[in-house]
Design a protein around this ligand. Structure first.
Ligand code: ACO
Length: 423
């Protein structure tokens, strides 16, 4: 028997099944070999690899994150968000001609149908931007019915281009709606991120150009968020995609997953926590509360990274660049002190709790002027290429079928219906 294998014995029947262990997983089909009615109970999929993927390599123990083999540090330093999006979707970095074509195609698909404007006018002024984002993304499906032909490779690429091109426009429109400003349309001479920032902030100035340092910083943040393998929203994308829904509907569903505070909303919690702490002097007392289990240290800890979150290291550097432009923020001083105190404390050291990507991202977004309920929208813009890369991989994977897990039924046994007067 090979060392790289696993054997499971069903003690009820005495039968055993053996399967190879490759890439840290074994095929669960071996369990069904023993008994066709036997399933593995794995709430929240903590021990389940739902697919084989060649997009993102995440090694939590060693703090490694690579897209298609390229370390996140190199991509953040040397690449751009659009190039990373191409890499995620196509599997390779583009050559010059491919890059030029990709940037051209994205740039020329940034407009959204004017009827979307009328659609958006129906939202209350205080509608959450993620609610608007989800609805508009789903609505785009009705504008592009041909997107349903998911088997046509070329057609898929057009829809992917549309999603990545239009998501910043939708995002900026949700913001303009919330503050009652007229929508600012995309312009073609600016790059992806600068164009988005212009649509956000330009008021009565056709020549408005965003600060290049801030545009670059946001581009880096989008790169850092572009993929993170089988997280909640990506799994949603794959689940809905597995039913062969069109990509607009699947991205809308993935955006719903991201909307949840346990997934996309943690950086908002960091800002709330920093406000609650209020001053540097209060940091030690707050840390004591964390250690007593009364509150969480928001922005610390991660389900997968148990040494450090490589994105947090890059973000900290980006934060310095942003604050050099926007001026310092009293919340940053509290954050720095918190990090300093926590990293020296055995409670956090013993539990391997380090700052995660959210510890500084919220501070950067706030310094740039984004409202807190917009932070998750920025995450969605960044994550869209990752979702779409997984969608393509899913469609091309002959082992994939419609997602349909099983359950352990623990409810009432069969019983007879009782008339309402007799209950
Ligand atoms: N503050 C204080 N204690 C913590 C924290 C924290 N942020 N995170 C974990 N712990 C403690 C737990 O209480 C537990 O202590 P115990 O062993 O005494 O019971 C121990 O550390 C292990 O924690 P787990 O809950 O097993 O860690 P898990 O991997 O399940 O949770 C999570 C990871 C959800 C991210 C958690 O660390 C947390 O809630 N962090 C704060 C919220 C946050 O920053 N979320 C963003 C994550 S990054 C992202 O989603 C993009």
């Amino acid at each position: 028997m090979s060392e790289n294998s696993i054997t499971i014995t069903d003690n009820r029947s005495g039968r055993s099944a053996t399967a190879p262990i490759e890439h840290g997983v074994f095929p669960s089909a071996m369990v069904r070999e023993l008994d066709k009615g036997l399933f593995m109970y794995d709430p929240a999929f903590l021990s389940t690899a739902s697919c084989a993927s060649s997009i993102t390599d995440l090694d939590g123990a060693n703090g490694i994150l690579r897209y298609r083999g390229y370390p996140i540090e190199q991509l953040a330093e040397q690449s751009t968000f659009l190039e990373v999006a191409y890499l995620l979707i196509h599997g390779e970095l583009p050559d010059k001609a491919e890059h030029e074509q990709w940037v051209h195609d994205i740039t020329f698909h940034t407009y959204i149908h004017e009827n979307i404007g009328s659609f958006m006018r129906g939202f209350n002024h205080d509608a959450h931007p993620m609610g608007m984002m989800v609805s508009v993304m789903a609505a785009l499906s009705t504008f592009y019915p041909e997107a349903k032909d998911i088997d046509d490779t070329q057609n898929r690429l057009i829809q992917i281009t549309r999603v990545i091109a239009k998501i910043p426009t939708i995002a900026a429109f949700t913001y303009r709606h919330s503050v009652g400003l007229p929508r600012e349309y995309p312009v073609n001479h600016l790059d992806y991120t600068a164009n988005f920032l212009r649509m956000m902030w330009a008021v009565a100035d056709p020549n408005h150009e965003p600060d290049p340092v801030l545009a670059k910083a946001l581009d880096v943040l989008l790169i850092l968020h572009a993929d993170h393998e089988q997280n909640c929203s990506t799994t949603t994308m794959r689940t809905v995609g597995s039913a062969q829904a069109d990509p607009f509907i699947a991205v809308a569903a993935a955006t719903c997953g991201l909307y949840g505070p346990l997934h996309g909303g943690a950086n908002e919690q960091v800002i709330n926590m920093l406000h609650e702490i209020g001053s540097i002097d209060e940091v030690p007392a707050y840390v004591e509360r964390v250690k007593r289990g009364e509150v969480l240290l928001q922005g610390f800890g991660h389900r997968v990274y148990k040494n450090f979150d490589p994105r947090a290291t890059i973000i900290k550097k980006t934060a310095d660049e942003v604050f050099a432009v926007t001026g310092t923020n009293p919340l940053l001083d509290i954050a720095l002190k918190l990090e300093e105190v926590a990293l020296k404390d055995s409670y956090f050291i013993d539990r391997k709790l380090y700052p995660n990507v959210d510890f500084y991202s919220g501070l950067i977004y706030e310094a740039m002027g984004f409202p807190m309920d917009f932070f998750t929208v920025l995450f969605a813009i960044g994550r869209a290429p990752g979702w779409l890369a997984h969608w393509v991989e899913l469609i091309n994977d002959p082992e994939q079928k419609i997602y349909r897990p099983r359950q352990a039924y623990i409810g009432t046994e069969a019983r007879d219906y009782v008339d309402i007067d007799a209950r």
